[in-house]
Design a protein around this ligand. Structure first.
Ligand code: FAD
Length: 393
């Protein structure tokens, strides 16, 4: 009963999405002595997502504790561009929000509160929309992406349809990028995950300058793509869509000055700058938070702010590539940047996605005939070219 629920806890996780759900799992596993509440305004944790990652994005230890969440694991993937197609053997894994809810809710038991809208929060108090107040030493804000005026962003927008086909699709592995399609609205590719011989998640993704998403048009384009592959859709089982930030430039210190709260997930700018994917960062952060000696809002804030700034610095090169993609390449030719990248070695591709590229990798990516006009590339070398007030800490 809501009235018998506690009005205090050691840790309150506001928002039951990816970042806070993983923190909840790690606190339950490593700090079972703590009273941890997770508050989610939706009816289930995790919303409507399929979160994928490469096995090489996370350490073996993290891979092990993520394993109960994994619903599908493929032993490689495919990419397709107008100039070449390629099979890679890096394992690819997917977590569905249904499984995420099942696992996190089971671990949290009665401390998982869904259908709860949080109206206000600060470092020691959470006020619910119905007026109830919960006091805690540690309040963590994982409410998903917020506004970020201190960061200059491009957008990866997509609609995904999970479909049942009338006949087997014939795919053994995901197609992570099929860019052999009309290049509408920036860099466009189709992404297909085979869940069963006749079940596919098909996503139409666009790397665009604006954050508007015409869901109806993308649904229609997915149907056209399916037909072009010889797939007939019997029914649409589920839909997901997203507008994910792609970091171009910014002032990460100013971003953190905008709030005093410990923010996690996309709010903390913890995402791979090129894909907008946050699962590997969120998993690493969950381990770091669970290892803090004292779990207070101030300690978590210091930990996350530090990590977020560190990652922002380490990823300056990725933001440069994004500026080349978004600002130097003509929209209809953006695919050439990725097509060229996917001619590089598998090891480099793995390190690139995992955020572990070396100096030699960086040189290797840029060496050769540039896929964008040189004057346009030079014009975007500095972050200030797209974000004049950016001082980048
Ligand atoms: C459809 C989709 C697919 C994606 N696929 C991938 C992928 O394959 N791999 C990957 O790494 N990344 C992926 N991402 C990107 C990113 O990892 C996700 O967006 C991820 O869910 C972000 O995690 P988060 O914890 O910051 O926010 P979220 O997971 O969005 O969680 C925020 C939660 O807070 C809740 N909330 C908000 N306000 C309140 C409030 N006032 N009171 C209570 N609850 C509140 C929301 O309901 C939500 O559940 C995907 C994103 C989308 C949208």
């Amino acid at each position: 009963m809501a009235s018998s629920r506690p009005n205090s806890a050691d840790v309150v996780l506001v928002g039951g999405g990816l970042a806070n759900g993983l923190i909840a799992l790690r606190l339950k596993a490593l700090r079972p002595d703590l009273k941890v509440l997770i508050l989610e305004r939706g009816e289930a944790l995790g919303g409507h997502h399929t979160w994928s990652h490469f096995a090489t994005d996370v350490s073996a230890e993290i891979g092990a504790w993520l394993s109960p969440l994994i619903v599908h694991r493929w032993d490689g993937y495919e990419v397709r561009f107008p100039g070449h197609c390629r099979d890679l053997t890096t394992p690819y894994l997917a977590i569905t929000s249904d499984r995420f809810h099942e696992v996190v809710a089971a671990a949290m038991g009665e401390d998982c509160w869904t259908g709860i809208d949080v109206a206000e929060l600060d470092g020691t108090r959470v006020t619910l929309a119905d007026g109830r107040v919960i006091e805690a030493d540690c309040v963590i804000d994982g409410r998903g992406p917020g506004s970020s005026p201190a960061l200059a962003l491009g957008w990866q927008k997509f609609v995904g349809l999970e479909v049942e086909l009338t006949a087997p699709h014939g795919l053994a592995r995901p197609i992570v990028m099929d860019a052999t399609v009309d290049q509408l609205d920036g860099y466009r590719f189709l992404y297909s995950l085979p869940f069963s011989p006749t079940r596919l998640l098909i996503e139409d993704t666009r790397y665009s300058d604006g954050a508007d998403l015409d869901r109806e048009a993308l649904r229609a384009d997915i149907t056209v793509y399916a037909a072009s592959q010889g797939w007939t859709i019997a029914r649409v089982v589920r839909e997901e869509n997203g507008i994910l930030p792609i970091a171009l430039a910014g002032d990460i210190a100013a971003h953190w000055r905008e709030t005093r709260l410990p923010q996690v997930g996309l709010r903390a700018a913890l995402f791979q700058p090129i894909t907008g994917y946050s699962l590997p960062d969120a998993a690493r952060l969950a381990d770091e938070i669970a290892a803090l000696p004292a779990l207070t809002s101030a300690a978590v804030r210091a930990c996350v702010e530090d990590r977020s700034k560190q990652r922002w610095h380490e990823r300056a090169y990725y933001r440069l590539l994004n500026r080349m993609l978004f600002k130097a390449a003509r929209p209809g030719r953006r695919y050439v940047v990725l097509e060229r990248f996917y001619r590089l070695s598998q090891g480099l591709v793995e390190r690139f996605y995992a955020g572990r590229i070396t100096l030699a990798d960086k040189a290797r990516i840029l060496i050769g005939k540039p896929p964008v006009p040189i004057p346009a590339a030079i014009a975007v070398l500095s972050e200030k070219s797209v974000f004049p007030r950016g001082v980048d800490v």
